[in-house]
Design a protein around this ligand. Structure first.
Ligand code: 4AD
Ligand code: MG
Length: 465
């Protein structure tokens, strides 16, 4: 093929590239053959739109070109011309080179493949319009996360992935070890001797970067993490992953009100960023699924609304006054279950809701204890359709109080000596939260299964690819 630099379809559809020669490269979506010419549609992943190329029988390898199968990879040189069709531009093909052929076993044939089916071919699903849209949005929102915090003076912290602390105290850590499973060293009492393991102690994959984030907030002021997080919880739901990405800001001198304000501003910023930068993708997603037809309107509405803010106690009162039958109990002290969260966000308010001041028994050891001795300065952000997307709190800064709580919970304080040091040396009020990136993506894209917004989902019994 005569040498012309490859032009991404995105550049072509931006406009301006008309009546000029160009080379495009991508994957064939379809070929419609007629006697004298064929219509080829290709995508290259750079944008939502596909390009149509008209190849007529005068091109040298017309027989090969007109019988190309879906999935074939091609390089095409031709002339870009304005078109009366769905796209403003199309190409008159002059040269077509097959870079990689495909065959009739290519699993992504015409429309109609189910999401379940596409999950089984997660290595090929990025070639669909749907997954192109979702993963371009995922990229855009990753950039937005860094912009939001950078603009506000936060420092990006790389918290460790291997750690010895169960930061949420929920016993959901994957173990990291180099022991030979068939020959694990034991001590005199028959217990596993972790001093002989790789790190000389028991370690696992992090469930949160928060504890390390707190150390750096106590030195740099405001920090955030954005990295993979692991939970070995056996929850086979549409909202839980064993490996997910979390963004965790930690802010020195912040109280719960400030933490909640940052959380609200952050969620609204990400929504606005998607609306401003991923219009084609959101329009595609809106049309793709009937249930999603209100997606853009909802996002616009949320971008310009304040969030509702209620205490846990008020939430319980609302649930009990609702006249609704819930499967799980709604007396004071009970966990807010998905059905309860859904009632608050989808039925009662139809807006994101921030719930604060949960019973201490529902929450982790590090949260600041309220004067009432029963509740903690916790905050969850719940959104319609998805439920909890953020969990956060003001942290307990009193050495004595946090020690007492850890004792109550039977935690080994020695293991957290460095975390407790923060309360010993120059302790300060501080707080932060964690946003589940995939949960946020579900909300923005309207996808209803968390497995469809992460490239290669890890869930119980599934670590293919
Ligand atoms: O509520 P969580 O457990 O809070 C923490 O980890 C705190 N250390 C955060 C902090 O204050 N720095 O998790 C935070 C968020 C949840 O609201 C949810 O969006 C997401 O992480 N999340 C999950 N997302 C996908 N799969 C899972 N298994 C998740 N578990 C939590
Ligand atoms: Mg939570």
């Amino acid at each position: 093929m005569s040498e012309l630099k490859r032009v991404a379809l995105k550049e072509i559809f931006k406009g301006g590239l008309i009546d000029c020669d160009a080379t495009v490269k991508g994957w064939v979506r379809s070929v419609r053959k007629s006697k004298k010419f064929s219509f080829i549609t290709i995508s290259d992943g750079s944008c939502q739109d596909n390009l149509q190329i008209i190849a007529d029988e005068t091109i040298s390898n017309y027989e090969e070109v007109s019988t190309m199968l879906t999935g074939t990879c091609v390089a095409i040189r031709g002339k870009l011309v304005s078109s009366g069709g769905r796209q403003a531009v199309e190409m008159q093909g002059m040269e077509v080179e097959v870079l990689g052929s495909s065959d009739s076993t290519y699993p992504i044939q015409k429309k109609g493949a189910t999401l379940e089916f596409l999950r089984d071919i997660a290595h090929l699903r990025p070639r669909t319009n749907l997954f192109g849209a979702v993963f371009r949005i995922r990229h855009a929102l990753s950039m937005a996360v860094h912009e939001f915090f950078n603009d506000r003076g936060y420092f990006y912290l790389h918290s460790p992935i291997i750690t010895a602390q169960d930061g949420e105290g929920a016993g959901e850590m994957f173990k990291v070890s180099t022991f030979n499973p068939n020959d694990i060293p034991r001590d005199d009492k028959g217990e596993i001797d972790y001093t002989k393991d790789y790190f000389g102690k028991q370690t696992g994959l992090t469930v949160t970067g928060q504890l390390e984030g707190e150390c750096y907030a106590m030195g740099l002021g405001s920090v955030y993490t954005f990295g993979p997080t692991f939970r070995a919880e056996n929850s086979n739901t549409t909202r839980h992953l064993s490996e997910f990405w979390m963004i965790e800001p930690e802010i020195a001198f912040a109280d719960l009100e400030e933490v909640a304000d940052v959380a609200r501003d952050f969620v609204k910023y990400l929504i606005g960023y998607a609306l401003d930068n991923c219009k084609d993708e959101l329009e595609f997603l809106t049309k793709w699924n009937k249930d999603n037809s209100g997606l853009i309107d909802t996002l616009e509405h949320v971008r310009s609304s304040d969030f509702i803010k209620i205490t846990y106690t008020e939430a319980i009162e609302i649930l009990n006054a609702s006249g609704q039958k819930f499967e799980f109990p709604t007396e004071w002290g009970a966990e807010l279950q998905t059905e309860h969260e859904k009632y608050l966000t989808d039925v009662h308010y139809k807006l994101p809701v921030i719930v604060t001041d949960y019973p201490s028994t529902c929450k982790a050891f590090y949260m600041k204890q309220n004067e009432d001795g029963k509740t903690v300065r916790a905050m969850d952000v719940l959104v319609p359709g998805v439920g909890e997307i953020i969990g956060g709190s003001q942290r307990e800064e009193s050495y004595d109080k946090i020690c007492a709580r850890m004792d109550d919970l039977g935690m080994e304080k020695e293991d957290y000596w460095w975390y407790l040091d923060l309360r010993k040396y120059g302790s300060a009020p501080h707080g932060g939260f964690g946003l589940g990136f995939e949960r946020m993506l579900m909300y923005v894209t309207g996808m209803s299964n968390v497995r469809d917004v992460i490239p290669f989902p890890r869930t119980p019994n599934n670590a293919e690819f």
